[in-house]
Design a protein around this ligand. Structure first.
Ligand code: PGA
Length: 259
């Protein structure tokens, strides 16, 4: 089954509103609207930038999605500092990153938290927000040689209790921690090995059809120089781009490589 590639930019905690609007406008100016028929494109700015960035793309009538970088699983209530699924839905988000390794590392997010967020996002499919579920091993786990088991366990936990029909809307991003922001990209073979294993795991958990429908992205120092080789791997359906997504020309060039 042909899967439409997805190139998503993870801006992390970068860009004030003013800066974010400029970056979104630069991306809009660089993008050929036709490309968006062949590649899904999204940017995930900080919460404060979501609406302004959404508005730039809406004004330009450009089909670039906007995603949050995190969400809380309860719809409302006394959870000071948290943002809910209905809130990001009303802004116009169509994606939400879940379980990024920085959230797991610095904010103590567990596999169980990730699973609750995935359920909250997949619950209402009327105005869908597709979770981009991040998984990936540390350098210590890679050196130990148990990285496939480690990533499989993260995938299993994230999808626990999710039915096959809704699971198809989820996206998995394999982001080895040792490759994030380090300039040390996984080789295409290393990335394919794990992305392929993720798909096999999804086939075991669900079935071949479901596994063939779910997009698996690679993330970790992807840039315009290495994107082409990574994106040509059979089980890599796109990229989650950090650093290179903060430069409009680089980000749009990666989109071009995915055509
Ligand atoms: P990077 O980040 O491209 O800067 O390595 C990727 C990510 O953390 O999503």
């Amino acid at each position: 089954m042909a899967r439409k590639p997805l190139i998503a930019g993870n801006w992390k905690m970068n860009e004030t509103i003013a800066e974010g609007v400029v970056l979104a406008q630069e991306i809009s100016n660089e993008m050929e609207p036709d490309w968006l028929d062949k590649v899904d494109v999204a940017v995930c700015p900080p919460y404060t930038d979501l609406k302004p960035v959404y508005t730039v793309f809406e004004f330009d009538k450009l089909n670039i999605g906007v995603g949050a970088q995190n969400v809380f699983w309860e719809p409302s209530g006394a959870y000071t500092g948290e943002i809910s699924v209905p809130m990001i839905r009303e802004i116009g988000c169509s994606y939400c990153i879940v379980g990024h390794s920085e959230r797991r590392q610095y904010f103590g997010e567990t596999n169980d938290d990730v699973n609750k967020k995935v359920h909250a996002l997949l619950k209402d499919r009327v105005q869908p927000i597709d979770p981009i579920i991040c998984v990936g091993e540390s350098l210590a786990v890679r050196d130990e040689g148990t990285y496939i088991q480690f990533v499989d366990a993260q995938v299993k936990a994230a999808f626990a209790g999710v039915q096959a029909d809704v699971a198809k809307a989820a996206i998995v991003a394999y982001e080895p921690i040792w490759a994030i922001g380090t300039g040390r990209t996984a080789t295409p073979e290393q990335a394919q090995e794990v992305c392929g294993a993720i798909r096999e795991m999804l086939a075991v958990m669900y079935d071949q059809d479901t596994a063939a429908s779910i997009r698996v992205l690679y993330g970790g120092s992807m840039n315009e120089g290495n994107a082409s080789q990574l994106l040509s791997q059979p089980d890599i359906d796109g990229g989650l781009i950090g650093g290179a997504s903060l430069k409009a020309k680089s980000f749009v060039q990666i989109v071009k490589e995915a055509l």
